[in-house]
Write a protein that binds this ligand. Structure first.
Ligand code: 5GP
Ligand code: ZN
Length: 112
């Protein structure tokens, strides 16, 4: 089975599983988290498959910087540029989907 058949977020990016699109461009896709932890909870992912943020940073640092810019622009639009950016990395840190994704939490004042 190919990576894209195997990986939930590759399937979402391919449109095989529905999602609520927030933003897209040639390299990046952003969609609403199905179980939001803030008023606005968006997942920003590279279209290419990397398991986690460390692998993305090593193999395509420009895409990692681009994901930060996309997060910033979502927060600029939704909540005067304030946001929390989280990359859970590893099972023991709560990573459940092994296609790197930035959690962008915004839209309201966040607890610490
Ligand atoms: P992780 O725990 O790996 O850091 O984050 C995975 C995130 O993906 C979770 O916040 C979870 O709610 C979200 N998620 C899991 N399955 C789906 C899905 O099918 N659609 C969407 N939009 N989000 C999902
Ligand atoms: Zn994937």
């Amino acid at each position: 089975m190919s990576e894209s058949n195997d990986c939930l977020f590759c399937r979402i990016i391919a449109g095989e599983i529905p999602s609520t699109k927030v933003y897209e461009d040639d390299t990046t896709y952003a969609f609403a988290d199905i179980n939001p932890k803030a008023k606005v909870h968006v997942l920003v992912v590279p279209r290419a498959h990397y398991a986690n943020v460390a692998e993305l940073a090593a193999k395509d640092p420009a895409e990692l910087a681009h994901i930060v810019k996309v997060a910033q622009s979502i927060a600029d639009e939704k909540f005067h540029g304030a946001y929390r950016l989280v990359f859970n990395t590893g099972l023991d840190a709560g990573q459940t989907v092994f296609h790197v994704h930035a959690h962008v939490l915004t839209g309201e004042v966040l607890d610490e």
